[in-house]
Design a protein around this ligand. Structure first.
Ligand code: PLP
Length: 482
């Protein structure tokens, strides 16, 4: 199957090459030229692993032996056999994406990406080591480290902002074992770390190196495609529970940062799943809310630090894929992305905005609102959610209030409440003093919700990665790793 760049200036490649390359040479993102025909009804009868394999076979047909890859990725790694359970909570259904090895929703994709990458490498007869570079604001780094740990022929280097991630997130990364993992703090903020990684990619472009550079970011189609599964899984769960009948529509409210998660929901719809509206939930960094209501994407604003840091983002890379999917016009997408780079702002044509608004709705909530939601969801429905998930609840409520839509609503839960214990404790009226580990223990004591085992096990583990470098030294650091 041909994959083409959203900017239309790079040659088409097959799906294995798209996974290997990550970004297209013209700076665009790879998308299948046509969305394949898919037996979505049969897919709903399968187990989570089989679902994942069928979806990935359809979208990445040039990667062989998908059943084995999926088995290697998921077996024994998640809390439950169905990987991503959907549980009823008050007026909503909650799709829990945080039951993986690092308690973050990124586990679903980052358990699978290493399998896809190594299979694609073998398929293309590439002998060199693949070196994965990732800048992280917290969650991606750990999920990538666990996913790539001891994968033959691959090494991984994670950069995080020094002092810029939570205690738990730092502990998760610096205690990571494995013969092929590197973790390094960078003096600066997340943007500095990310710019540093981008500069390394740019500097290495076209150079002969003893390794291939790649990224674990959701610009890679091999990271995006594995996320489609859980929309099917959730729909199948609602069917089994007779909340819906086959063919009924379901709406999904998605805490959004880089627009990868919600785009996977749209791809599920294009594969046939009866998805109604996709609600794009943002925090106080509400670039996407503005865009989806006005058609103007404007990143010329300060990045605010919130209690939902994984959504603190001004440029949502995967939106480019949506613009391409809904317009089919690579020249338009390329022009808009150039404007974004040059001016920091672009406006989509009215017809395209109308098409987008038929599929998507958007709302944002600030930290105070997220706290109010966490508090109310716990008090009224006995469910503990994290600040990211709270934004999903908030947007779902706003949508129902604005439209009166009676379609069942699934809220995606993207992180364990134990990843953000201070914010959650504050919301439920608990004392927020002490270290994050003390906060976690207190939260467990108050609520009786068990701390995820991998988080509980962190305390007291030896710190294996203590390097701190200046951002200027990042290229030398990467080249010097053995
Ligand atoms: C990454 C992340 C998100 C945002 O997902 P995108 O695919 O980037 O939109 C939301 N919540 C949490 C907890 C995350 O880690």
């Amino acid at each position: 199957m041909d994959y083409i760049s959203t900017r239309g200036l790079s040659p088409a490649v097959d799906s294995a090459q798209a996974v290997l390359s990550g970004l297209a040479p013209d700076g665009g993102l790879y998308m299948p030229e046509v969305i394949p025909a898919f037996d979505w009804q049969r897919c709903l009868t399968l187990s989570a692993q089989q679902m994942s394999a069928e979806i990935l076979k359809a979208l990445l047909p040039d990667i062989p032996d998908m059943d084995t890859l999926v088995k290697n990725a998921y077996t024994g790694k998640f809390e439950t056999e169905d990987l991503t359970p959907t549980v009823p909570v008050g007026d909503f259904q909650v799709l829990e994406l945080f039951r993986g090895p690092t308690s973050a929703f990124k586990d679903v994709a980052l358990s699978m990406l290493p399998q896809l990458l190594t299979a694609a490498k073998k398929e293309k007869g590439i002998a060199e080591e693949i070196r994965i570079l990732t800048a992280t604001s917290g969650d991606t780094g750990k999920a990538a480290l666990v996913g790539f740990r001891d994968v033959p022929g691959v090494s991984i280097c994670v950069f995080y902002p020094y002092g810029g991630v939570s205690q738990v997130q730092r502990a998760q990364m610096v205690t990571q074992e494995g013969s092929n993992v590197h973790v390094c703090a960078v003096e600066g903020n997340f943007d500095d770390a990310q710019t540093g990684v981008k500069n390394i990619f740019a500097a290495c472009q076209g150079k002969r190196l003893p390794f291939l550079l790649s990224s674990a970011n959701s610009i890679n189609i091999g990271r995006l495609a594995p996320q489609i599964m859980y929309y099917f899984r959730s729909y199948a769960d609602l069917l089994a529970r007779k909340t819906i009948a086959l063919g009924d529509k379901v709406d999904f409210s998605v805490p959004t940062g880089n627009f990868g998660d919600i785009l996977a929901g749209y791809l599920a719809k294009r594969l046939g799943l009866p998805v109604g509206k996709l609600i794009c939930a943002s925090n106080a960094n509400n670039v996407l809310t503005d865009f989806l209501t006005t058609g103007i994407y404007d990143r010329r604003r300060p990045l605010l630090k919130t209690t939902s840091p994984s959504m603190d983002i001004l440029v949502s890379s995967n939106l480019e894929r949506l613009l391409y999917l809904l317009s089919g016009d690579t020249a338009l997408v390329s022009g808009l992305m150039n404007e974004l780079n040059r001016e920091g702002v672009y406006t989509v044509p009215g017809a395209l905005l109308a098409t987008i608004q038929r599929e998507f709705w958007a709302a944002c909530c600030d930290d105070a609102k997220a706290q109010e939601i966490m508090s109310r969801v716990y008090r009224d429905w006995g469910y503990l959610c994290d600040p990211h998930t709270a934004s999903g609840f908030a947007a779902a409520e706003d949508y129902l209030r604005a439209t009166g839509d009676k379609t069942p609503m699934v809220v995606l839960s993207t992180a364990s409440p134990y990843k953000f214990p201070a914010a959650v404790l504050r919301a439920i009226g608990g004392d927020t003093g002490g270290t994050e580990f003390e906060q976690m223990a207190r939260l467990e004591k108050i609520t009786g919700v068990p701390i995820p085992a991998p988080l509980a096990a962190l305390q007291g583990k030896p710190e294996l990665h203590t390097d701190v470098i200046e951002k200027e030294d990042m290229p030398a650091y990467v080249l010097g790793l053995e």
